[in-house]
Design a protein around this ligand. Structure first.
Ligand SMILES: Nc1ncnc2c1ncn2[C@@H]1O[C@H](COP(=O)(O)OP(=O)(O)OP(=O)(O)O)[C@@H](O)[C@H]1O
Length: 814
């Protein structure tokens, strides 16, 4: 995380935004972009009318100035981006809009209801937060949102679900509590976890709608309340004890116009006084801070005088990166208010804040870590004292320790180490494992000697010598074989012919695979256990253990290699047994998408309707505010109230539809995600099975006798006649091969190895037990490698191996 914010004091940044003129005459003003100064020219007659202000030009400095044509994204980038990023880095942040009613505070903070490009700072901040999380994967973020409305010094939770059924007055009031450390807590203000942008935007939408429809005779316009949308961000880095906690307040203050100008009375006057009072207290706080900054003896800052200043205490003169957006009208008749707003901003600019990184140790994490440390230390002490308790290890731990020990033994590097916890039980187990390995080795060795008791000593050593020699030679030939195999494959691509016998072979191979026994180990003369996978073409053979999902692909017929991959795929898919499930899932998914599409259309429609109704209410309220200024009769008031009630009840209906739809969509989204996962899994398996199937085909081609590669080294004596293999090679007959058959066995192994297939007796049996009718009529001969010496070596190796296996099985017989 790299933040531009340092732990140093800096003054609150102030920005000015001018609202486009809707009607009337515009004031005369100039913006000096370089100096970042706005100059308001006041006509002589207006200046004369302004209380205490006789000047004809007023200049104000700002961090930046946005003229009437400024766009929402520009404002967000300049005003909000760094504050949001700072909050993600662990610094508190506040952005507050201040200005007279109708000057564009809500438009700037929340945005216009109709157009997407009119999204304000809050929705853009939400998008930025969630898109940034993707770039900060080393941290785990938890983000909660709350939305508070302060009206007549009372706090209301805009995210309280009871908003739907109760009036504002009947909702529980948010209560301000202060702890011994002067930290403010808000009772009855709900906090909602949002794991993604969609959820957070939904909370904003719900809160804004509640703000609009909190229909009470007192709350006639949003301009009379303050709204604070807060994101509480927690970031934890894995493996660390500390947690970063920050708060991001996005504040839409009530209209700042002076009461005297509105000429209101009664309830509205009372509200206006409250609003003015809380803004007045805000001003007092700012003045006090300004004086303190100027070195005047100002200890007490009157934060507690109002709810808003209490909540925003850190934002003004505290631990916070704060930005003020002053919104003004350029209308000449509003010039006095405009100058008043600019003047207030100049005061705010003198306030210095000190944003510090809010990083603290998470006691829960520390406790957990210390507990583990204590446990380890205790065990170490017990071990050193020789009083270690013996805990029985569970199966998983034992398995993992076993693997570690085997890895350690098999690692030939002199730097290999075995890491384990200092625990008596583990040490004992390790010794036990070592003992087992040594005993096994010994018994294998003794076995080998016993085996050969019947043969002469000379024969035994000659046999071991041969085996050792052969393993070395096989290694040497490996490269040679690979070259030859690629030659054969190339040749094969051009010459392979498809016939029914090949199809039979596929079936047989598949059948064989289904019943094939797990790979067997053989011992070389050094007593090293050689697993099949360790012999040749290991990478290919590794996958042999789970070689193709037989059931799934056994239904798939043989395909000619000459087919294109796409054709092969098509053919494979047609007979693939899992394809039906895939198609079914696709069908269901399609249905769910259609359902989601139609629901989201309804949800969007409801949202559009709500936004439309909201703007109608807003228009109505603005009209009423204008009439308030000029006085209106009772009849008009009743009609307007009735109209607003109607609009509000329509919003309620739409809101219900929106909520139902949103919940349905959320459920559907979950189902769709699940289906997607299933489909991905199926596709992956299909892909794997296809690859395996193609490999199988390739193997069959290698096994088939339909071609005689025109290899330059090809010689008649190095070829193998498969047709000479016995038709029914049964279990009991396995060990009485003729020399020819033994050679076949070895050669088949060699071919299979070249094709990436595990070798052994089973394969030989499988091929030879193929019905004669299914075999090609043509007598075909296949060289193993094309190299006489290599073929002879391999055959000899297998001969030797069979002898060992035969002896072993004889010995094992009672
Ligand atoms: N920069 C702007 N561009 C276009 N329209 C704007 C702009 N600023 C404000 N408006 C429009 O002016 C009207 C009043 O703006 P807005 O509600 O944001 O004022 P406000 O300062 O929040 O008022 P209040 O104090 O009553 O909440 C709205 O219809 C809004 O869409």
């Amino acid at each position: 995380m790299a933040s531009e914010i340092q732990n140093v004091s800096s003054n609150i940044e102030i920005y000015l935004r001018m609202r486009p003129l809707l009607s009337g005459t515009a004031s005369h003003y100039e913006i000096d972009k370089d100096e970042r100064i706005v100059k308001w020219h006041v006509p002589r007659h207006v200046a004369a009318g302004m209380a205490n202000h006789q000047k004809e030009r007023y200049d104000f400095f700002f961090t930046d100035i946005f003229d009437t044509d400024s766009k929402q994204d520009e404002v967000f980038e300049k005003v909000a981006r760094k504050v949001v990023m700072g909050a993600l880095d662990g610094y508190n942040g506040t952005i507050f809009a201040y200005g007279q009613t109708g000057s564009g505070k809500t438009f700037s903070i929340t945005g216009g209801a109709e157009r997407y490009v009119d999204r304000g700072i809050i929705p853009r901040a939400i998008s930025l937060i969630y898109s940034e999380l993707g770039n900060r994967s080393d941290y785990t973020y938890t983000i909660h949102f709350s939305y508070l409305e302060i009206y007549n010094e009372n706090g209301f939770d805009l995210l309280n679900p009871d908003h739907e059924t109760k009036t504002l007055e009947d909702l529980p009031k948010v209560i301000l509590l202060e702890d011994e450390e002067n930290l403010i807590h808000l009772r009855n203000l709900s906090s909602h976890l949002a794991t993604n942008e969609e959820e957070a935007l939904n909370l904003l939408f719900v809160g804004d709608t509640n703000r609009m429809i909190s229909a009470t005779p007192m709350n006639m316009a949003s301009s009379r309340s303050h709204c604070i949308f807060t994101a509480t961000i927690e970031a934890r880095k894995s493996g660390e004890d500390s947690v970063r906690k920050s708060k991001l307040h996005l504040v839409d203050l009530a209209g700042s116009e002076r009461v005297s100008k509105t000429g209101v009375d009664g309830q509205i006057l009372k509200e206006a006084k409250y609003i003015n009072l809380s803004l007045h207290f805000l001003e007092q706080v700012i003045v006090a801070l300004q004086e303190r900054n100027q070195g005047k003896n100002r200890q007490h800052i009157p934060y507690r005088n109002s709810m808003m200043t209490s909540i925003l205490r850190d934002s003004i003169g505290g631990n916070c990166q704060t930005v003020m957006l002053a919104t003004v009208s350029i209308a000449q008749e509003q010039l006095e208010e405009t100058i008043s707003t600019c003047r207030f901003a100049q005061r705010v600019a003198t306030i210095s804040n000190r944003a510090v990184l809010n990083e603290e140790i998470d006691p829960n994490l520390v406790i957990r870590r210390l507990k583990q440390e204590i446990k380890d230390l205790k065990m170490e002490i017990q071990l050193l004292r020789g009083t270690s308790e013996e805990h029985t290890m569970n199966e998983m731990d034992l398995k993992s320790l076993q693997n570690q020990v085997y890895d350690f033994i098999n690692d030939k590097s002199s730097e290999a180490t075995l890491n384990f916890r200092a625990n008596l039980q583990q040490i004992k187990t390790i010794f036990q494992l070592f003992k087992e390995v040594v005993l096994n080795e010994r018994s294998t060795h003794v076995e080998a000697i016993d085996h050969d008791k019947s043969t002469s000593k000379e024969d035994t050593s000659a046999l071991y010598g041969t085996i050792k020699d052969l393993s070395r030679q096989i290694q040497e030939k490996d490269n040679e074989i690979n070259i030859l195999v690629s030659f054969i494959r190339k040749h094969n691509q051009n010459n392979v012919q498809t016939d029914n016998s090949q199809k039979e072979i596929v079936k047989e191979v598949v059948c064989k695979e289904q019943t094939s026994s797990p790979s067997k180990d053989i011992n070389d003369s050094d007593g090293n256990t050689l697993r099949k996978g360790e012999r040749q073409h290991e990478s290919v053979e590794e996958s042999e253990s789970d070689y193709c999902d037989k059931k799934a692909i056994s239904s798939v017929p043989y395909v000619e290699r000459s087919l294109s991959r796409a054709q092969a795929f098509e053919m494979f898919q047609k007979s693939y047994s899992r394809d039906q499930a895939i198609q079914e899932n696709k069908f269901i998914l399609k249905g769910k998408y259609q359902e989601a599409k139609s629901i989201s259309e309804h949800v969007n429609k409801a949202k559009e309707n709500i936004n439309h109704l909201k703007s109608q209410i807003q228009k109505l309220r603005i009209e009423r505010a204008m009439q308030d200024l000029h006085g209106r009769d009772q009849m008009e008031t009743m009609v307007q109230n009735y109209e607003e009630d109607q609009l509000i009840s329509q919003i309620e209906t739409e809101k219900k539809l929106y909520k139902e739809g949103f919940n349905k969509l959320r459920d559907l989204k979950r189902e769709i995600e699940h289906l997607h996962q299933l489909l991905e899994q199926n596709q992956r398996r299909l892909q794997e099975d296809l690859e395996k199937w193609l490999t199988l085909i390739e193997r069959i081609e290698c096994t088939s006798q339909n071609f005689v590669p025109e290899h330059p080294n090809f010689k008649q004596e190095n070829t193998l006649s498969l047709s000479a293999a016995p038709q029914q090679l049964q279990e009991g007959e396995k060990n009485v091969y003729s020399r020819q058959q033994e050679d076949n066995n070895a050669k088949t192994l060699q071919r299979d190895s070249a094709c990436g297939m595990s070798a052994g007796e089973d394969e030989v049996q499988m091929i030879s037990s193929r019905p004669a009718s299914s075999r090609p009529k043509q007598e075909s001969l296949i060289p193993i490698t094309g190299n006489a010496k290599a073929d002879a070596d391999i055959a000899a190796f297998y001969k030797a191996r069979d002898k060992i296996l035969q002896r072993r099985s004889e010995q094992n017989e009672p």
